[in-house]
Design a protein around this ligand. Structure first.
Ligand SMILES: O=C(O)CCC(=O)C(=O)O
Ligand SMILES: [Fe+2]
Length: 347
């Protein structure tokens, strides 16, 4: 790989001390002691770096591979076909978001973290497909109907794609319910604390395609997504085995978050950081494609209900640790974040 055009220094290799791999099966199926131990491991990770891996999370590997394989088939469709399911309105993010072309992405993200504001968001080749959580018959865990927040846009003639995304939604919503319990326990709150604010959550599911960097144009490496923090409460990421995700530690050092077989990467977003008054950290991360290989990933951004106002929880505001964030309304916050994040996509 040529390093002549690398815009970022090489990352350190990750070690398990940096981003822990947590056996979530002990939370799902273990006894009280197991659950407490896993909640403590999650608490440490969320306070220190805001990122951790989970294995034994209960989602079948066949489903995870199906999601990546549907992503591959979708993004390999002809451009015109993909554009048929692009968002109809500016500022919306459901459906296909085309690459921005060669333009250097310099749009600020709408993060609460000032470091994120100055960051490049995309090097210009990333393609995405997003869907908002859809109403499912018989889903007893989440309230219906959904708020009419944004319309989904589906590719034509792709029943397997739709089916896989729906099955994936079911699995990840179940997993998220358990993660929220674990976060509540990790913070010493009642187990259903976060569930109360995620009854009809504005959950967004994404597929990402990072085309192999072009040696001639990009010097063999490319910024897939520039340094940013997620707006979400938390994010669940499935990545393929190519690698490229990098995370900035509190010390300022960038470390790799490589593929770990069978794992999801979980990270804290700005919303949970706000709620916990910074006890849980939302951490800058980026994707740098350093290999000349296509990369695919899939995300769930778990966001609270539309009408939730996020304000630091009382117990995290003390004389020694005054409120760091102003309360914000979720609907307004999400719209602003995404408009800032994506508004150059369609220009
Ligand atoms: O594709 C990845 O590994 C991460 C993507 C990401 O950070 C995002 O979509 O917010
Ligand atoms: Fe992200």
């Amino acid at each position: 790989m040529s390093t002549g055009d690398l815009r970022y220094e090489n990352p350190e290799t990750v070690s398990v001390e940096d981003i822990p791999i947590i056996d979530f099966g002990r939370f799902l199926n273990g006894n009280a002691e197991d659950r407490t131990d896993i909640a403590e491991q999650i608490s440490d990770a969320c306070r220190r770096i805001g990122f951790f891996y989970i294995v034994n999370h209960g989602v079948p590997e066949s489903l995870r591979q199906a999601v990546l394989s549907e992503a591959r088939s979708f993004f390999n469709r002809p451009f015109e076909e993909k554009m048929q399911c692009a968002p109809l309105e500016d500022g919306q993010w459901c459906g296909y978001l085309p690459p921005r072309g060669a333009a250097e992405g310099t749009k600020p993200g709408g993060s609460l973290r000032p470091e994120s504001q100055a960051s490049n968001v995309s090097g210009g080749t990333l393609e995405q497909f997003n869907m908002m959580r859809v109403k499912l018959a018989g889903d007893i865990n989440y309230e219906n109907p959904d708020p009419a927040f944004q319309r989904n846009r589906w590719p034509a003639g792709a029943p397997n794609f739709v089916e896989t995304m729906i099955v994936n939604q079911r699995a990840l919503m179940t997993l998220s319910g358990e993660l929220m319990r674990a976060f509540s326990m990790a913070l010493g709150l009642e187990e259903d604390f976060f569930a109360r604010f995620h009854k009809s959550p504005l959950a967004t599911f994404g597929l990402n395609f990072y085309p192999a960097p072009d040696e001639a144009r990009q010097g063999g490496s490319d910024v897939g997504v520039g340094a940013h923090c997620d707006a979400s409460s938390f994010t669940v990421l499935l990545q393929d085995d190519v690698g490229g995700l990098e995370v900035r530690e509190a010390s300022g050092r960038w470390i790799a978050a490589p593929y770990v077989p069978g794992a999801y990467v979980i990270n804290i977003g700005d919303t949970l950081m706000g709620w916990t008054n910074g006890h849980f950290v939302s951490t800058l991360h980026r994707v740098v494609s350093r290999k000349r290989v296509d990369r695919y990933s899939a995300t769930l951004f778990m966001n609270p209900d539309i009408d939730v106002t996020v304000a630091p929880i009382d117990r995290f505001v003390t004389e020694d640790s005054p409120a760091q964030f102003e309360p914000f309304n979720n609907e307004e916050y999400m719209k602003t974040f995404f408009v800032k994040f994506y508004d150059s996509m369609f220009k």
